[in-house]
Design a protein around this ligand. Structure first.
Ligand code: F6P
Length: 330
């Protein structure tokens, strides 16, 4: 079987170990693995990963040392052209031209939506893998890259705690997450932050002011608020402005936007193990004849879900964890 592998959308720490797992699993059972550069855009442009000696097929050694490397050696992209009928047909023609039997795209909701559309114009098998820091995909309890992003965010917030404490002030820290507040919520709980604002729950500036007054009365001299970029207040900068506009915010404050720092870095062991487990299962699934599915981790077990079910919505934060934060923040 000839398997094409690509990474698409925002990169996520763990994409490299995932590629390593797919290539090693495939090659050890006699498959051919072709790395496709720059996601779907590179597929349409016939860009394949080439080893220094000019070999196109990825061998066992071509993925050596990738366990602890962030980003993706295949590079990634967001392709507008691939969302068009012309782009999809072009991608299908390239897959046919190079006799590729199966495709494993690694990415988030956009990547898997693209995979589903491609399956309508191409006869090969497709098994997707969840690679995004956002943890916003249905069909998996964790996406590859999420744990590392939380780790990065917590490290930054821990440092801001020191400065907030030294200056008796408040920080609004914006983290990534357009649809799901998991990075914000997990980072907030792990760092002992007082406030979290997530896309799934409306943010009420008056409630926040009340909470700030209460904790100030109880002697808290500094505060950390973690705000997901997709929160309905419009992100950390807007939320801060709204609180200041009330004229009643009891803390002096600053905004820190963590941005793309959260997407880079050495994948933490959890992401490496997740990437390896799901990558190997994807190759097995292809040999079982499966197609049009994503492999995710559900209740600690690699599980296949139809792409239609994965892309029809977004994973939401666990509201029990919001309660956890509220108890801790008191
Ligand atoms: O989907 C991953 C993600 O990092 C989101 O958290 C973020 O909103 C988006 O990508 C940023 O995308 P870009 O790098 O294209 O601006």
């Amino acid at each position: 079987m000839r398997i094409g592998i690509l990474c698409s959308g925002g990169d996520a720490p763990g994409m490299n170990p995932c590629l390593r797992a797919i290539v090693r699993a495939a090659v050890s059972i006699g498959d051919e693995a072709l790395g496709i550069m720059h996601g779907y855009e590179g597929l349409m442009n016939e860009e394949f990963y080439t080893q220094p000696d000019g070999t196109v097929f990825m061998g066992l050694r071509s993925v050596s040392g990738l366990s602890n490397i962030g980003g993706t050696i295949l590079h990634s992209s967001r392709s507008q052209r691939f969302t068009t009928e012309e782009g999809l047909k072009c991608a299908a023609n390239v897959l046919q031209k190079y006799h590729i039997d199966a495709l494993i795209p690694i990415g988030g909701n956009g990547t898997l939506t693209g995979a589903l559309e491609l399956s309508k114009v191409w006869n090969g098998q497709i098994i997707g893998l969840p690679g995004t820091i956002d943890n916003d995909l249905l069909g998996t309890d964790y996406t590859i890259g999420f744990e590392t992003a939380v780790h990065t965010a917590v490290e930054a917030v821990d440092k801001l705690h020191d400065t907030a404490g030294s200056h008796d002030m408040m920080f609004f820290v914006e983290v990534m997450g357009r649809h799901c507040g998991d990075v914000a919520l997990h980072a907030a709980i792990a760092s002992g932050s007082e406030i979290v604002c997530v896309p799934e729950i409306p943010t009420d500036p008056e409630n926040i002011i009340k909470h700030l007054y209460n904790i100030k009365k109880r002697g808290k001299t500094s505060v950390l608020a973690i705000v997901a970029e997709g929160d309905d207040s419009g992100g950390a900068t807007n939320l801060r402005q709204k609180l200041i506009a009330t004229g009643e915010c009891p803390y002096d404050s600053r905004v820190v936007i963590l941005g793309h720092i959260q997407r880079g870095g050495i994948p933490v062991p959890f992401d490496r193990i997740l990437a390896t487990t799901l990558g190997v299962r994807a190759v097995d699934a292809l040999h079982e004849g499966e197609t049009g599915k994503m492999v995710g981790l559900i209740n600690n077990k690699a599980t296949l879900s139809p792409l239609e079910e994965v892309i029809c919505g977004h994973r939401c934060v666990d509201t029990n964890m919001i309660k956890l934060l509220q108890i801790m923040a008191n």
